[in-house]
Design a protein around this ligand. Sequence first.
Ligand SMILES: [Zn+2]
Length: 325
Amino acid sequence: MAELPPIITLGCDLGGTNVRVAVLDGGGRVHASVKRKLTDRNPAAVARELAEGAREVLESVGAPLSRVEGIGVGTAGQILGSTGMVLVGPNLGWRDVPFGDLLARELGRPVRVVNDLSAAAWGEASVGGARGERNVVLVFVGSGVGSGLILGGKLYEGAGGLAGEFGHVKVVPGGRPCGCGERGCLEAYVGGHNIARRIRELEAGGAAKAILKAAGGDPTRIGGSALEIAAEEGDPEAVALRDEMAQMLGVAVGNLVTVLNPSRLILGGGVLTGMPGLKRRTVEWVRRAGQPAHVRQLTIIDAELGDDSGIVGAGLLGLAATPGV
Ligand SMILES: [Zn+2]
């Protein structure tokens, strides 16, 4: 067994169906990881499952829990700053869950719980594509849409820990309903679930034939990939829908760049990585909509750590939250 580094921390990525726990060193390198399926979304059961995962991965590297200097958990939703209170956890169906306390009790150690995209931004700004940069904006478009903000070298979570809810900026007042209960949010137009929903609505009205064909004629397979294929083939409906999405997303991100003046913008998430044409057009809109001086100071990059951005960032934030380290 390879010798363990002097400092180890645990990074956890808590999703709606799985939890992944990794052992990292102080430089954010992943030494081992385990993934466990969540069979029960009850908060106490999830805390037990995560603690089991922690014990399992530590055993795989031959380290006792006492060797761990920090524990960080990234999860989608609104987390009340450093208190570990999950106000809204959409993938787990949670509201006002003191998950940090529950997990700390299971492990007998303090735990930092953080929004998953804040964790990803921290990972990228610490040891990923934006390392060394002090002003970094990360925008991920997957089934949901969100952002993580590193401002002046610090994770920015806002007055009550709710900053970065970029999917819920309004792009069409009174527009399409969003999963958050509001209307007209960016996520209601460009989030993965909503792309599929929008195409199915077109299809129900007798349109979107080329998109349906690109999905192999199977309405259940309609989504961003089929939209991208049909748009690349020049289907006018697909092109119009994709252009509209790129404009909404790109203008919103461009506005964010104008307000925050970051040196790096990281664009990622399943929808953008699976739809390169959408991503290209979105970048064009960011450059067009952001103020020219801001755009000149900006470099747009991919998430260098890929799927590990969040787990690495969570682990490093867990380390930073432990006094004395
Ligand atoms: Zn919303």
